[in-house]
Design a protein around this ligand. Structure first.
Ligand code: ADP
Length: 349
């Protein structure tokens, strides 16, 4: 997806205008970008950064396609009107991408040059773990940044829930509910694979909320025989369906567990039908929670930029919108909630 209304590649912005928005004095110009995997609610964050920045009398520039736009000089000016009507849309109107070049010092040097050319003094970076690692690298090299925690994987250390998770969970839940209906009609065993990269949060929470008979996450070693007996037990106990939710990053994901069941079907005595939810999970229209979270995180990020609080990540932390230093987030693995996993097992009876 390209930037709203098309981008203005290689557009040169000269000296900062004075009296922007009718105000006198120094005008701040900030950039905003979305990077890595898109997440529902990113648009609410973009809108909040733009409108809060404008409210402060700043100029806000959109960087297209994440870090790629910093290297290829792909920008779009953002006004209050240009971010109108985007909050209810999934994905990101600024576009997103993955940029191997940005991981190199040379790539980031090109990015800083581009930012200098445009007189962009600071960046709000909306994205997940990889994107925030990039933000930290920029910060450590002397460029002011504030991150906004946004990924459906919910794998950012120090943050309770990232933008996009709630909507993605609801999409996964809808799939679980539908699979259960058809599974009940045919007394079949189903497997649903959800996203999450190498983190099991989405599988755990959708499995728990959807009443799965078994949940497979990357953080815990899984014996496929145990999954088979959980499924068989479900029938023995009189259930009309059996459903296992697996995380894409688990060894026994749809491919791994599916293969195991195929190879041992005769002995196990039943067939396992697989559904891979894949990118369907990303594409949902953001629900109220993600719109509100995106909005509040966007505002918090602008407040940080205003206060000169750089090198931090804005997000929901201990139940409140606050910040955590990027250096604490990057490189730390968020643990899975083992108690919830146990709870899911107990409740699947
Ligand atoms: P997400 O932000 O959703 O976790 P990725 O892991 O794909 O997505 O990261 C997005 C982009 O962030 C990468 O394409 C790369 O440009 C940048 N990035 C990731 N890791 C680093 C790093 N260690 N240093 C600098 N930039 C990084």
């Amino acid at each position: 997806m390209s930037c709203p209304g098309g981008s203005s590649r290689t557009e040169q912005r000269g000296n900062l205008p004075t009296g922007y928005n009718g105000r006198e004095g120094h005008v701040k110009r900030i950039g905003v970008l979305t990077s890595g995997g898109d997440a529902p609610g990113m648009n609410a964050a973009i809108r909040a950064v733009v409108r809060m920045g404008l409210h402060k009398g700043w100029d806000v520039v959109g960087i297209c396609e994440g870090y790629v736009g910093l290297i290829t000089d792909d920008t779009t000016p953002l006004s209050a009107r240009r971010v109108g009507g985007i909050m209810q849309r999934g994905g990101t109107v600024l576009g997103s991408s993955r940029s191997p070049e940005f991981k190199t010092p040379e790539g980031r040097r090109m990015a800083r040059e581009m930012l200098n050319r445009h007189s962009i003094e600071a960046l709000a970076i909306i994205g997940g773990g990889g994107s925030q690692a990039g933000a930290l690298a920029m910060f450590q090299e002397g460029f002011p940044v504030v991150g906004i925690a946004s990924t459906i994987d919910n794998d950012l250390y120090g943050i309770d829930i990232t933008i996009g998770v709630d909507t993605a969970l609801n999409v996964a839940l809808e799939a679980i509910d539908r699979l259960k209906v058809t599974a009940s009609s045919h007394r079949r065993a189903f497997l649903l694979e959800v996203m999450g990269r190498d983190y099991g949060y989405l599988a755990l929470m959708s499995g728990l909320a959807g009443g799965a008979d078994a949940i497979v996450v990357p953080e815990v070693d899984t014996d496929p025989e145990q999954i088979a007996s959980a499924m068989r037990d479900a029938y023995t106990r009189g259930k009309s369906h059996a459903l296992v939710v697996v995380a894409e990053g688990a060894r026994y994901n749809a491919e791994g567990l599916g293969r195991y069941f195929r190879e041992h079907q005769e002995r196990l005595g039943f067939e396992l039908r697989s559904t891979v939810l894949g990118h369907v999970q990303r594409g949902g229209e953001p629900g109220a929670f993600d719109r509100l979270l995106g909005t509040q995180c966007g505002v918090a990020a602008v407040e940080c930029l205003d206060k000169g609080e750089f090198g931090v990540l804005a997000g929901l932390r201990h139940g409140q919108i606050s910040t955590v230093p990027l250096a604490e987030v990057v490189g730390h693995k968020k643990p899975i909630d083992a108690k919830l996993l146990k709870m899911a097992q107990v409740l699947s009876q």
